[in-house]
Design a protein around this ligand. Structure first.
Ligand code: FAD
Length: 324
């Protein structure tokens, strides 16, 4: 295994997670990469990982990774590091499973894990930019100390498409199959898990997100947004104000203490644009704001600002779409 850059690969249903692809794309532009894929489905992702530029792909298809538990994943990463030459950098996404695994691994190694990373570069040694104090600062840190440096990359930080294009021909290298567990090695078992499934795309993978805030006026008015996202194959989002009012569930909250989204189009309806909310929408390619106040902060950040009553405008949009 190379001692350059390792990436813990998130995958599901035979696809690499988009964040992992982004990280792989960036890492491949920096040096030799080893992508670690764990779980029975890992083999299905190998071709995609090659195309995304991995120099080496390490697959352990043991079924014991499949039930979601951080320990088997962290244990394997620990053993790989302990038994060989540690990589310089070990990259994870900042998604919840990776956070869980990276922190366990760091604890096993007696090292740290740096989260909310926005950039990694080799300028003047290994340097990273990371968000601090809830986006109040972006700190540039030079990394010292023993390898590996464990970094959790903020969603969308490496979603630069030109970078993907640049690596498009960087067809990957060898695949190695490993088996890290003893036959009788056991882990805690998940007794029951419940997954809430809704039709349509999720908040974090939708190309269109329509979110409503306090300016929507009531829980009932959110039905309009529900209808529109169903028509347009989008997802619904909201602000903490609407969650606190009991109008929407927390799972739809976007922002510092909610989800980070990266749709092509984000439509904010009756949302002021508080910094805590906007932290979650930075990855959006374009922002359309509907607000009755032309001086609302969101109007300065939006690509298109529409001054008007959000509920009225959404009704109009629904009518137009129904006429199609
Ligand atoms: P408001 O700020 O009240 O804005 C309502 C807007 O609607 C106004 O601009 C108004 O002009 C407009 N409006 C009113 N009526 C209409 C109408 N009929 N048509 C069109 N426009 C109309 N917030 C989050 O969203 N996500 C977070 O993750 C988050 N985390 C936080 C963490 C911390 C530590 C703290 C302190 C706060 C956090 N907040 C978060 C809260 C955040 O600071 C704001 O209070 C919240 O985002 C405001 O929500 P809002 O825009 O819906 O409401």
């Amino acid at each position: 295994m190379s001692n350059d850059i390792w990436i813990y690969g998130e995958h599901s249903n035979g696809r690499l997670a988009e964040n992992t692809r982004d990280i792989l794309s960036k890492a491949s532009s920096m040096g030799r990469t080893s992508l670690i894929l764990l779980g029975r489905e890992a083999d299905r992702v190998v071709d995609e990982a090659c195309e995304a530029g991995a120099s080496e792909i390490i697959v352990d298809a043991d079924p014991r990774y499949d039930e979601y538990l951080a320990e088997p994943h962290a244990r394997t990463l620990y053993r790989l590091i302990d038994q060989g030459t540690p990589p310089r950098i070990l990259l994870f996404t900042f998604d919840p499973p990776s956070r869980d695994i990276a922190s366990r691994l760091a604890s096993k190694l007696g090292t740290g894990a740096l989260s909310n990373v926005l950039d990694v570069s080799e300028e003047d040694g290994l340097t990273v930019a990371a968000v601090q104090w809830g986006w109040s600062y972006t700190a540039k840190c030079r990394l010292k100390g023993k390898n590996p440096h464990i970094l959790l990359i903020r969603q969308g930080a490496f979603s630069d498409h030109s970078l993907k294009m640049a690596n498009a021909n960087n067809v990957g290298g060898i695949t190695r199959y490993i088996s890290m567990f003893e036959p009788d090695e056991t882990f805690p078992r998940v007794i029951r898990s419940t997954v809430e499934r809704k039709p349509g795309p999720t908040l974090t993978n939708a190309r269109l997100v329509i979110a409503g805030g306090r300016g929507m006026g009531s829980a009932d008015n959110f039905r309009l947004i529900e209808e529109l996202v169903a028509m347009l194959d989008g997802a619904i989002g909201t602000t903490r104000a609407a969650v606190d009012a009991g109008w929407r569930p927390y799972t739809e909250q976007i922002g510092q203490t909610g989800a980070s989204i990266r749709p092509d189009v984000y439509i904010a309806c009756g949302i002021s644009g508080a910094v805590h909310h906007m932290k979650g929408v930075r990855g959006s390619k374009s922002i359309i704001a509907i607000n009755k106040d032309p001086d609302a902060p969101i109007m300065r950040m939006a690509d298109v600002g529409i001054v008007g009553d959000a509920v009225e405008l959404l009704r109009l949009l629904r009518e137009k779409l129904q006429e199609r």
